[in-house]
Design a protein around this ligand. Structure first.
Ligand SMILES: C[S@@+](CC[C@H](N)C(=O)[O-])C[C@H]1O[C@@H](n2cnc3c(N)ncnc32)[C@H](O)[C@@H]1O
Length: 178
């Protein structure tokens, strides 16, 4: 399929709020949430909140699921996302050890699998910082793989790499803890 709507970042806003994800990225993230029965979604790098709106909407239909977003600034956050989901979106520097500790605490409080989505200012750095938090069944995902960084930046992450045809056309790299 050649239309830019599939692969272009920011081309599709599923909830009417800008997102940097492609349509393939959104489909693959929803697939990961579904097949691994994820109960807690942590998004690092929220910006306008277009992806938050999708994740938080999923949680509205699945009361056993929770979403938490982190961004170093909330200046770009869309007013509607602030109004509907602002209490789950926190101004934090994801690169600080206190923030990693806070995410670890959210994970301890959550029953079931967690998905950490690294889409902040330095994805390889965030993937390395948050990978050690994963417990068996948890999932780690990085955005902008192949665009902002290549395989060598993430090759040493010691988790099981998820490989699937529905990830091939995305800008995602993903792992699951055994
Ligand atoms: C590409 S945007 C996120 C897009 C969003 N995930 C989406 O799909 O709509 C990257 C965001 O990361 C945030 N960011 C950059 N450095 C950060 C840091 N150290 N901690 C937390 N957020 C950071 C920026 O403020 C920006 O809003």
């Amino acid at each position: 399929m050649s239309s830019p709507y599939w692969r272009q970042t920011g081309a599709i806003w599923p909830m009417g709020v800008p997102t940097s994800l492609t349509w393939y990225d959104i489909g693959a993230l929803l697939t990961l949430l579904h097949i691994f029965d994820v109960r807690l979604i942590v998004e690092i790098g929220v910006e306008h909140g277009g992806a938050s709106a999708v994740f938080a909407a999923r949680c509205r239909y699945l009361p056993e699921c929770q979403y938490h977003g982190i961004d170093i600034t909330l200046d770009q956050l869309d007013d509607s996302v602030q109004r509907l989901d602002g209490e789950r979106i926190y101004r934090r520097n994801a690169w600080l050890s206190q923030t990693v500790d806070e995410v670890a605490q959210w994970m301890r409080e959550s029953a079931g699998a967690v998905l950490i989505f690294c889409d902040g200012g330095d994805k390889p750095k965030e993937l390395h910082l948050y990978a050690p938090l994963l417990r068996s069944g948890d999932v780690l995902v990085g955005h902008d793989y192949g665009n902002e960084y290549q395989e060598q930046a993430i090759a040493d992450i010691a988790l099981d790499r998820i490989s699937a045809d529905w990830l091939d056309d995305t800008l995602l790299c993903a792992w699951r803890a055994a």
